[in-house]
Design a protein around this ligand. Structure first.
Ligand code: GUN
Length: 319
């Protein structure tokens, strides 16, 4: 992330920014300590295999960040970058090989996969014991039963962000916007397991704002830039923004970022785009009590939780 893209507190804003930096650093430090204590020799340390197919630039950045985090905490890693032309059977073959290699503890297949490859079918070929993303049906089922082994990293990171900031979940009126396998569904399950009252909304929900504005805790993961505006948010609510959308039009940046717009337009000029979540930051900040920024919010926690899941996989596999 370019430093100039980091959200900064504005004097006019009310919402407190819940940045992911400190907590993700804390989690990575805890993971690094655990690795040092459990595996003294570098060659014994947990090993993560990351698989990426195609040339999606965002996926490339995400995988790079995950590999860098491995280096930071002392996890060994290998990166398999496959061309767009890769067939489902070639990908299955690679995953079969990674499943069978004893020194590999965790396998991560970066989503989305190119069109034409059935993601669900690929996920089913993963060894559930190496499924550090928690996407395999066995791990999805365990979470649904309230007996999770690997919890998907983004929702798990959001729970850490809330609990470590002492934001109460028990009994809270919460709303999850989005029902993806990666975020929305597991998020709703985790919140329920933490005794929240949960409403799930999605692209077909009628009069979305009448539902979202009742929530004390609003988690948004629907992939629509700036969808959640002032009138969607209850006064004082905690708003967790999982969206990660690219925008390149300066007029949109001006509308979305308020006091921060000049900096964002600089980024657009230099890079061709800037990142915005699913929440309209300038409007949300006038009503919400707390808000996670994009970038610099939950994305950092996703990576930290992947490190934690990889160490858990190594511990479980090696007894
Ligand atoms: N694509 C978006 N989020 C994720 C994630 O947490 N894991 C993987 N494998 N792919 C993703």
């Amino acid at each position: 992330m370019a430093p100039e893209e980091k959200s900064t507190a504005q004097t006019s804003q009310r919402a407190e920014l819940l940045e992911g930096t400190r907590i993700s650093d804390d989690i990575k430090r805890e993971v690094a300590t655990e690795i040092e204590e459990l595996w003294r020799k570098p060659e014994q340390r947990p090993c993560l295999a990351a698989v990426r197919v195609g040339d999606d630039p965002a996926s490339e950045v995400y995988v790079k960040n995950k590999i860098r985090a491995c280096e930071e905490v002392g996890i060994r890693s290998e990166h398999h970058s496959l061309p767009c032309s890769t067939t489902a059977s070639e990908l299955r073959e690679l995953i079969g090989l990674l499943n069978s290699r004893d020194e590999i503890d965790g396998i991560l297949v970066q989503m989305p996969l190119p069109e034409g490859i059935d993601e669900a079918a690929i996920i089913e070929t993963l060894d559930p014991e190496k499924d550090v993303d928690g996407f395999h049906p066995v791990n999805v089922g365990r979470l649904a039963l309230g007996r999770p082994t690997f919890v998907p990293c983004t929702p798990a990171g959001i729970i850490e962000l809330l609990t470590r900031n002492e934001i109460s979940i028990r009994g809270a009126k919460t709303c999850v916007v989005g029902r993806s396998q990666i975020v929305g569904r597991p998020m709703a399950q985790l919140l329920t397991q933490h005794d929240a009252t949960v409403t799930v909304c999605h692209s077909r929900t009628q009069d979305l704002k009448s539902v979202t504005r009742q929530a004390d805790l609003l988690v948004v993961a629907i992939g629509r830039p700036g969808l959640i505006r002032r009138d969607y948010i209850k006064s004082g609510a905690t708003v967790i923004d999982v969206g990660m959308n690219k925008i390149s039009e300066e007029s949109i940046a001006r509308d979305l970022f308020g006091d921060d717009a000049a900096r964002r337009m600089e980024t657009i000029k230099r890079r061709g785009y800037t990142l915005v979540g699913d929440v309209h930051p300038a409007e949300a900040d006038t009503v919400a009590g707390r808000r996670t920024p994009v970038p610099g919010g939950v994305g950092l926690l996703t990576v930290a939780m992947l490190m934690r899941n990889t160490v858990k996989a190594a511990r479980l596999r090696r007894g």
